[in-house]
Write a protein that binds this ligand. Structure first.
Ligand code: NDP
Length: 279
């Protein structure tokens, strides 16, 4: 490298303007002395193929894809990482001389953040939600050795499908509970994850969980990163639970993306500061 030629990474999504990952990545690249850029690109569904060919043409290191491309990107890839193949969605693409590999770092980011507090191996896990984030978290937590996973979701079909996927494609035992009232967390549960969008700023809604069933031996995590301390986590903390905010997942996901693209371990603390400054 050197001179005036930066290496390129970025994100393809719509709408792209509110995605804070650019602030995290550029701060961490700069701190590591890397001449790499991260560019948010506004890419509507019908132009994904053009964007991918552009990235290959310009020899990008790789890119993230977000809404609405996480599933449709699969048609453009040469290879899938094992967990991305099970999840059926990709949020991180690595380009090696035009050969594109898809990874799903949403779930990896969650598990890496979780491991700083508790090892999921052998644990009993409740996941609220069955959308994209829940799917990535359920599969990756199961592959990390969780013994038992319960999917709790409002829509029966999405919940059943996810539970069957995890049960059939991973070593974990997985069941489904339809969420049609206040959910009571069983006492043998070790980890509770809100993987729904409930509580995302500016909403102050909070998942329908019986507060009394949250106990101090439980770790309670939220995927919602804004606000960092959701009302759900505040409720859990008041009950004596250890809490894991969604910022941890976001930062760990960015660390994993950077590792896959550059082979380098970037600074988690620089990423976290950049994220907090931009939320
Ligand atoms: P999806 O739209 O794919 O799924 C949303 C899920 O939330 C579904 O299970 C849906 O249930 C459930 N849900 C939404 N509203 C309600 C409600 N009022 N009551 C009960 N259930 C509800 O979204 P994603 O999975 O892509 O994203 C979910 C959240 O995760 C978002 O807030 C996103 O920002 C966050 N996220 C955070 C990341 C991080 O790094 N921190 C990474 C990726 C995502 P149903 O199936 O019944 O509709």
């Amino acid at each position: 490298m050197g001179g005036f030629l930066s290496q390129l990474t970025g994100s393809f999504s719509t709408s792209a303007a509110q995605n804070p990952t650019v602030a995290i990545m550029e701060a961490a690249y700069a701190e590591a002395g890397l001449d790499i850029r991260y560019i948010n690109c506004e890419v509507p569904a019908e132009r994904l193929g053009d964007a991918v060919r552009g990235a290959i043409g310009m020899d990008w290191l790789g890119f993230n894809c977000s809404i609405p491309h996480k599933v449709s990107i699969l048609a453009h890839l040469d290879e899938l990482a094992p967990s991305a193949e099970i999840i059926g969605a990709v949020n991180c693409v690595i380009n090696r001389d035009g050969h594109l590999t898809g990874e799903n770092t949403d779930g990896q980011g969650f598990v890496n953040a979780l491991r700083d507090l508790v090892d999921p191996a052998g644990k009993s896990v409740v996941i609220l939600g069955a959308g994209g984030a829940a799917r990535a978290i359920a599969v990756e937590t199961a592959l990390a050795g969780a013994a038992h996973i319960t999917i709790v979701n409002r829509s029966l079909q999405r919940g059943t499908e996810l539970a069957q996927l995890v049960d059939s494609r991973t070593p974990a035992i997985c069941d489904f509970v339809v969420w049609d009232g206040t959910y009571v967390v069983r006492t043998e549960t070790d980890i509770v994850v809100n993987a729904t969008s409930i509580g995302f700023h500016p909403s102050v809604d909070t998942p329908a969980i019986d507060d009394d069933s949250l106990q101090p031996h439980m770790l309670v995590a939220d995927v919602v990163a804004n606000p960092p301390m959701t009302r759900f986590l505040q409720r859990a903390e008041a009950r004596g639970c250890t809490v894991l905010p969604g910022l941890g997942m976001l930062v760990n996901q960015a660390l994993t993306n950077a590792r896959l693209w550059t082979g380098r371990e970037l600074s988690a603390s620089v990423m976290r500061q950049a994220l907090e400054a931009n939320l």
